[in-house]
Design a protein around this ligand. Structure first.
Ligand code: FES
Length: 357
């Protein structure tokens, strides 16, 4: 079941000229349901112009703060972000799904680990939650943040980051990179590229001594940094990333076409959700289980429908499916038959998927 709760907005303020920060007032009786881990996100839902609009926003607060805060950056033509920016006010209610997501690693208070984070623009949101939590909970650990923005004024959470720098002096370092303003140190001008990352991994980052890397931003940036860190010796399983959105590359389009070739028409699908079974026959108009099920009347959780957020995750219990794209599940989850239902193309006559997992 897509579980949404009506939650009151307790505060909303402009953080930069195109970003608002929204705080939610979670009632006492829902605090357990809304308990979260650093780096997780909320799915917000609102009917706008007759459309059921859902968006995922990462929590920027730490679980230690007893606050539920997200930052929403307006994007051109963005239905939800423009609504939040122009109309949403304190006291309004939104439908909110409890926190979810896998963009975190366990905090170990006794450990002394070195973490690194790369963020671009609003990609800072989950990072802030992750950084605050690890620095507070692991008094011997360190964090280095490499943060890309257009200009100084567009840096989201600049003030809070600077405060953290003071509070965790010697354990938290920040390097701001700007694309639209020139500064005295040429290295800090412009986007991350191969040369910059080579310098970073040879000088600023001690790769063998780095426990985990977190990356959040646009796809190209994430994949570039991921590959460079891996090439520099950081194990793949220690590199964690979260995409803003996905844009299919030529290679991905080829993969999608191959997967669709294998689609079986008229699959009998059984959905297990909330302990109940829901049966339907896949309509040829749909290529993925989520859309097929929603059209047949099921009420299932989803947000991005782009293979990015994992809100629609389920486990295949019988039959088989192939995913068109997957930016959200880790290899070990895929090995355990977890799939993103919004990307799951049925490839057998019968498929049973379980959302209660
Ligand atoms: S709805 Fe986001 S991955 Fe399926």
């Amino acid at each position: 079941m897509a579980e949404f709760y009506r939650i009151k907005v307790s505060d909303i303020y402009k953080e930069t000229k195109d970003t608002v920060v929204v705080s939610f007032e979670i009632p006492e009786e829902l605090k357990e349901v809304f308990k979260f881990k650093q780096g997780q996100h909320l799915t917000l839902r609102k009917e706008i112009n007759g459309q059921d609009v859902r968006r995922n926003y990462s929590l920027c607060s730490s679980p230690l703060e007893n606050e539920w805060k997200v930052a929403i950056k307006t994007i051109r033509g963005g239905l939800f972000s423009n609504y939040a920016f122009n109309e949403l006010k304190a006291g309004d209610e939104l439908e909110v799904m409890p926190p979810h997501g896998e963009f975190f690693v366990k905090c170990e208070p006794e450990s002394s680990k070195n973490y690194i984070a790369f963020a671009a623009g609003s990609g800072i949101t989950p990072m802030l939650s992750i950084i605050k939590t690890h620095l507070h909970k692991e008094p011997k650990s360190t964090f280095k943040l490499f943060y890309l923005n257009r200009t100084v004024k567009s840096i989201i959470f600049k003030e809070e980051i600077e405060q953290l720098k003071n509070e965790f002096f010697g354990r938290f370092q920040v390097f701001y990179f700007l694309t639209k303003e020139q500064r005295d140190i040429p290295f800090l001008n412009g986007r991350f590229d191969h040369e910059k990352l080579e310098i970073l991994t040879k000088t600023f980052i001690d790769i063998p001594d780095t426990a985990h890397a977190f990356i959040c931003g646009p796809q190209d940036m994430i994949f570039l940094i991921r590959d460079e860190l891996q090439a520099a010796g950081l194990p793949k399983e220690n590199i964690h990333y979260e995409l803003f959105f996905s844009g299919s590359s030529e290679e991905e389009n080829k993969h999608i076409a191959e997967v669709l070739e294998e689609k079986v028409d008229g699959t009998e699908v059984t959905i297990i959700d909330g302990g109940k079974e829901f049966h339907f026959i896949m309509d040829d108009d749909f290529d993925n289980i989520l859309d097929g099920a929603l059209a047949a009347g099921a009420d299932l959780p989803f947000a991005c429908k782009g293979g990015v957020c994992s809100t629609c995750k389920c486990q295949v219990k019988e039959g088989s499916v192939k995913m068109k794209i997957n930016y959200a599940l880790e290899e070990k989850e895929v090995a355990q038959n977890y799939v993103l239902s919004c990307q799951a193309v049925p490839t057998t006559d019968k498929v049973v998927v379980d959302f209660d997992v």
